[in-house]
Design a protein around this ligand. Structure first.
Ligand SMILES: *Cc1c(COP(=O)(O)O)cnc(C)c1O
Length: 413
C-alpha cells in the first residue's frame, strides 16, 4: 500500500518544518543583475555568484549563441566519447594558461570536479585532511573516496600539523583539501602555511577556488595568485559557475595529473560533457576577466562599501577582502525573520541555515556584484539597518551578534 511505503515522507517533511529548516524555491524573472524581478517585485539582489556581472555581458551572450549554432544545444556525449568539441579544448587551454598549470580538465559542474578529483586522488589506505568549513562537494568527495578523512579546525594549520604528525606515517598517500575562499564566511584559506605543511609531510594540496576565480589575484586567477603561492598548489579546482557566469567545473594542474583524472575521475567519465554554449560563454567571460581589472576593482570597492555601511549601522561583520559578507544571526527563526524583513524593503539576501552552515550559526549571506551601484548599496544597507533594529539589534541579540565563525547570538526558537 502506497501509504505504508511513503508514510515516512510525511514524517520527514514534518521533521524538516518543525526544525525550522524547510526551504522553498524562489522564482526569478530575468538574469542575475544587481536588481531582478523576484515573484513580481523588483529587488536589489545580494545573492548572486555572478560577481562580476558578466551573465548579461553582450560578448558572453554572443559567444554562447554562436557556440550553440556551431556545435548544437547539447554536447551529445561524455567527454571521452563524443562530447569534447573544439570549444571545450580551447577553454581548457585558456584555463591552464591563466591558472599557471600545464593542463586543465573540464567537468559538467564544480561539484563533479571536486568529487571526481578527490576520489581519483585518494582511496582506501590514504589520508585526507579537510577544513571543517569546506564545501559540501568536498565533503562528499571525501566520503566517496573511502580514504581516512580527518577534519581540522577552520583555518587552523597547527591542528592540521598535529594530525599530520600523528597520522601521516600510517598512510600511503595524503591529500590536503581546502576551499580557497570559504563560501559561507568569505574568508581565505591560509595557503602559504598549507603549502609549507604539504611540502613537509609529502602531501598533495588541493584548493577549491570556486569563489576566487575571477575575483582575487592580480589577473583574477584566484587565491594562489592573491596570496603569493602561484605554482605551489598542484591541484587547483575552479568553477565556471560563479564569476565566469556560466556552468561547469575544472581542475588545473600538471599534464600527468590531468591525464590520470581523464582516465579515472568517474564524474568526468560517466556524465555528459557541459554544453558548448556554456563552455564558450565562460571562455568569453574569462577573456573579460583577463583584460578588464576594473571590474574586479569595482567589486572589491562594493564589498568594502557594504561592509562599512553595515558597521556604521552597528552590525558586526568580519573583515574581508571578498564579495561575500556574512551577518551572523544565530538561530534559524530569527535569520528567516531577518530575510523576510529585508524582502519587505525590496532587498534579497538569503538566510543560510543548516545543513549549509553549522547549527547555531545561521546567517544572512550577502554577496556583492561589480555592477551594483552606490544607490543599490545604500538601499541595501538601509534595509539591513532597519531589520537589525527590529530584531537582532535589540536586547538579547546584541552580544556577539556577528563576526568570526563560531556560534554567537542565541536562537529564539
Ligand atoms: C559553488 C561551489 C562549488 C560547486 O560548484 P558548481 O559549479 O556550482 O557545482 C564547489 N565548491 C565551492 C566552494 C562552491 O562555492
Amino acid at each position: 500500500m502506497a501509504t505504508l511505503q511513503t508514510g515516512f515522507l510525511d514524517d520527514e517533511a514534518a521533521r524538516i518544518r518543525a526544525a525550522g529548516l524547510h526551504r522553498r524555491l524562489r522564482i526569478f524573472d530575468g538574469p542575475p543583475g544587481p536588481r531582478v524581478l523576484l515573484e513580481g517585485r523588483e529587488v536589489v539582489l545580494l545573492a548572486s555568484n555572478s560577481y562580476l556581472g558578466l551573465a548579461t555581458h553582450p560578448d558572453v551572450l554572443r559567444a554562447g549563441e554562436e557556440a550553440a549554432r556551431a556545435y548544437g544545444s547539447g554536447s551529445g556525449g561524455s567527454r571521452l566519447i563524443s562530447g569534447t568539441t573544439r570549444a571545450h579544448r580551447d577553454l581548457e587551454e585558456a584555463l591552464a594558461c591563466w591558472k599557471g598549470g600545464e593542463e586543465a580538465v573540464l567537468f559538467g559542474t564544480g561539484y563533479q570536479a571536486n568529487v571526481g578529483a578527490i576520489t581519483a586522488l585518494a582511496g582506501p589506505g590514504d589520508l585526507v585532511l579537510s577544513d571543517e568549513l569546506n564545501h559540501a562537494s568536498i565533503i562528499d568527495g571525501c566520503r566517496l573516496s573511502r580514504a581516512s578523512v580527518q577534519v581540522y579546525r577552520h583555518r587552523d594549520t597547527t591542528h592540521a600539523a598535529q594530525i599530520l604528525e600523528r597520522e601521516r606515517a600510517a598512510h600511503r598517500r595524503c591529500l590536503v583539501v581546502t576551499d580557497g575562499v570559504f563560501s559561507m564566511d568569505g574568508d581565505l584559506a591560509p595557503l602559504p602555511r598549507l603549502c609549507d605543511l604539504a611540502d613537509r609531510h609529502d602531501a598533495l594540496l588541493m584548493v577549491d577556488d570556486a569563489h576566487a576565480v575571477g575575483v582575487l589575484g592580480r589577473t583574477g586567477s584566484g587565491t594562489a595568485e592573491h596570496l603569493g603561492v602561484l605554482g605551489r598548489v598542484p591541484v587547483q579546482m575552479g568553477t565556471l559557475s560563479k564569476a565566469l557566469a556560466s556552468e561547469g567545473g575544472f581542475i588545473v594542474g600538471s599534464a600527468v595529473l590531468c591525464d590520470v583524472l581523464r582516465n579515472t575521475a568517474r564524474p568526468f567519465i560517466f556524465s555528459t560533457a557541459p554544453a558548448p554554449a556554456s563552455v564558450a560563454s565562460a571562455g568569453a567571460a574569462l577573456r573579460i576577466v583577463r583584460t578588464d581589472p576594473d571590474r574586479r576593482a569595482r567589486l572589491a570597492g562594493n564589498g568594502a562599501a557594504f561592509r562599512q555601511g553595515l558597521r556604521a549601522a552597528g552590525m558586526r561583520v568580519p573583515q574581508g577582502e571578498t564579495p561575500i559578507v556574512p551577518l551572523l544571526i544565530g538561530g534559524s527563526a530569527p535569520a528567516l525573520r531577518f530575510q523576510e524583513a529585508l524582502e519587505e524593503d525590496d532587498v534579497f539576501a538569503p538566510a543560510i541555515r543548516p545543513p549549509t552552515v553549522p547549527e547555531g550559526t545561521c546567517r544572512i549571506r550577502a554577496s556583492l556584484m561589480a555592477t551594483h551601484t552606490a544607490r543599490d548599496i545604500d538601499e541595501a544597507v538601509g534595509a539591513f539597518a532597519k531589520a537589525w533594529r527590529a530584531g537582532p539589534g535589540v536586547a538579547a541579540y546584541t552580544e556577539g551578534g556577528a563576526g568570526g565563525t563560531g556560534p554567537s547570538a542565541p536562537a529564539s526558537s
